[in-house]
Design a protein around this ligand. Structure first.
Ligand SMILES: C[S@@+](CC[C@H](N)C(=O)[O-])C[C@H]1O[C@@H](n2cnc3c(N)ncnc32)[C@H](O)[C@@H]1O
Length: 268
């Protein structure tokens, strides 16, 4: 599936996604049922920084950056509907964020060295050419600027379904980078939209950053909170979760393998 097909799918899914998912406006999330920025402290102080979010969706992370004192925040996404939601959310939150519709593979509208922070959470795997995103990000970052991205962990593609369904038949090969399509199923078991995602091996992420002259600062494989922790917590402090009920299957599997991979890389 192409970027354009993904755009149409996100337009179709947006309303359901935004109404069925809790995404914090007080913390930056790094995946479902997992600790966010306040606990992991990956980005740190953003006061005065010029920030770009790639694949900003409903704009929640961009809004948090603006609330935390960033100087300038631009949220970029390919989906018109996601951006409509983002615009109205930013208005309600009374923050200044600029939203732009654009494929993140092409950042030519930004001059070289325009940002101190480029962040992307669970969006980069949708693009067709991830290496373009890495090189474009390097170009638009200032020296000492950081690229922080959170994406599907390489092991997630290989084992997630097998662990969810308790079957070896759903184990996928690790060694082939795959562009695969998958369906978004709603709580009534209806298919809402189909997406294309590219699964990359760990070495591809790391080498993609190294060959583009990034210095890798930190690699984080967050473990989701346990069911017991979630039951004892105020769910509003869990930055990303299903609104209706806790997805117990997700929480169980994410105690065995990580769902997300987070990498913080610096332009030196
Ligand atoms: C799972 S949502 C994540 C949104 C947001 N980062 C968050 O964590 O809430 C993925 C987003 O990536 C966007 N996206 C997918 N492919 C893209 C591309 N090539 N360029 C820009 N945005 C893209 C989709 O439109 C969607 O809003």
């Amino acid at each position: 599936m192409s970027n354009e097909e993904n755009r149409l799918s996100w337009n179709r899914l947006s309303e359901y996604y935004q109404s069925s998912t809790y995404i914090s406006l007080d913390d930056i999330h790094y995946g479902p049922y997992s600790p966010g920025e306040k606990e992991l402290n990956i980005i740190g102080d953003v006061t005065g920084l010029d920030c770009l979010e790639l694949g900003c969706g409903g704009g929640q992370i961009s809004i948090v950056l603006a609330k935390w004192g960033a100087n300038k925040v631009i949220g970029l996404d390919i989906s018109d509907k996601q951006l409509e939601f983002a615009q109205s959310l930013a208005k309600k939150a009374d923050v200044d964020v600029t939203f732009i519709r654009r494929n993140m593979e092409n950042l030519s509208l930004f001059e070289e060295s325009s940002f101190d922070l480029v962040i992307s959470v669970h969006a980069i795997s949708y693009v067709e050419n991830i290496l373009n995103v890495i090189s474009e990000t390097f170009r638009v970052l200032r020296t000492s600027g950081r690229f922080v991205f959170c994406t599907l962990h390489p092991i997630q593609f290989v084992l997630w379904e097998a662990l969810e369904e308790n079957t070896f038949e759903k184990i996928y090969p690790y060694f082939t980078s795959t562009r695969d399509s998958w369906d978004w199923i709603n709580d009534k078991k209806q298919k809402i939209a189909t997406f294309g995602q590219t699964y990359r091996r760990f070495e591809e992420w790391i080498n993609g950053l190294i060959t583009n002259d990034f210095e890798i600062e930190r690699v984080i494989e967050p473990r989701a909170y346990t069911m017991k922790q979630l039951q004892e917590m105020d769910l509003n402090t869990v930055p990303y979760h299903d609104k209706k009920e806790i997805n117990e299957k997700f929480v169980r599997v994410s105690q065995i393998i990580p769902f997300s991979l987070i990498i913080s890389a610096k332009k030196e």
